[in-house]
Design a binder for this molecule. Structure first.
Ligand SMILES: Cc1cc2nc3c(=O)[nH]c(=O)nc-3n(C[C@H](O)[C@H](O)[C@H](O)COP(=O)(O)O)c2cc1C
Length: 179
């Protein structure tokens, strides 16, 4: 069984992203995986400033001492990482982007992750809203030679809780069971 880390990138507690992530987690746990959730809520994670100090430091420490230190530890133990994000201006949330950009750090070469997954939600009634995030996801898979653990997207959910009863929650649960 695998150690899965789900990064929930919405700053809205119990929002649509978190409910979709929870459905995935339920499925993944039901077949014996260990699943840990990292939420951006309450975390202080500054954006990468491109100084590359982490490349020069023997222990790849970042000059920013914030909650990313804990994230590096938790992510390094993951066999599978699942990114869950609301769409913000056709991209991932800014909070999640800060976390992702801080992986521009050679510490990532110590990670054992072999597979990624993607969960995303948006307000508009169009699947095409996810195009840019899916392109980014596929580029990351290819660049890091990671396996695709699946993608579940849910459009038409603007308000907190709109996702309740959406059949895609079942799809996320299935993705969790099969990953
Ligand atoms: C800053 C911001 C930007 C957004 N940009 C988009 C967008 O480009 N397209 C879209 O369909 N929805 C957009 N939305 C709506 C969110 O994706 C939607 O409300 C989603 O359900 C939020 O997920 P959450 O409940 O997990 O926070 C945006 C919302 C915010 C707050």
């Amino acid at each position: 069984m695998k150690n899965i880390v789900v990064i929930v990138g919405s700053p809205r507690k119990n929002g649509n992203t978190e409910l979709l992530a929870d459905a995935f987690i339920e499925g993944a746990r039901s077949v014996g995986n260990t699943v840990e959730k990292i939420s951006v809520i309450g975390k202080k994670i500054g954006g990468c400033i491109g100084c590359n100090a982490c490349y020069r430091d023997a222990e790849h420490r970042c000059i920013q001492h914030d909650d990313m230190e804990d994230c590096y530890k938790r992510l390094s133990a993951a066999d599978i990482i699942v990114i869950a994000t609301p769409i913000y201006f056709y991209g991932v949330s800014s909070q999640l982007k800060c976390l992702i950009d801080r992986l521009h750090n050679p510490i990532r070469s110590t990670f054992k992750v072999k597979k990624l997954g993607l969960l995303a939600v948006c307000a508009d009634e169009s699947e095409s809203v996810f195009d840019s995030v899916i392109t980014m996801y596929r580029s990351v898979l290819s660049y890091f030679s990671l396996a695709d653990g699946g993608v579940v997207t849910v459009y038409g959910v603007p308000e907190k809780g709109d996702i309740a009863g959406n059949p895609k929650l079942k799809a996320a649960e299935e993705m969790g069971r099969g990953i």
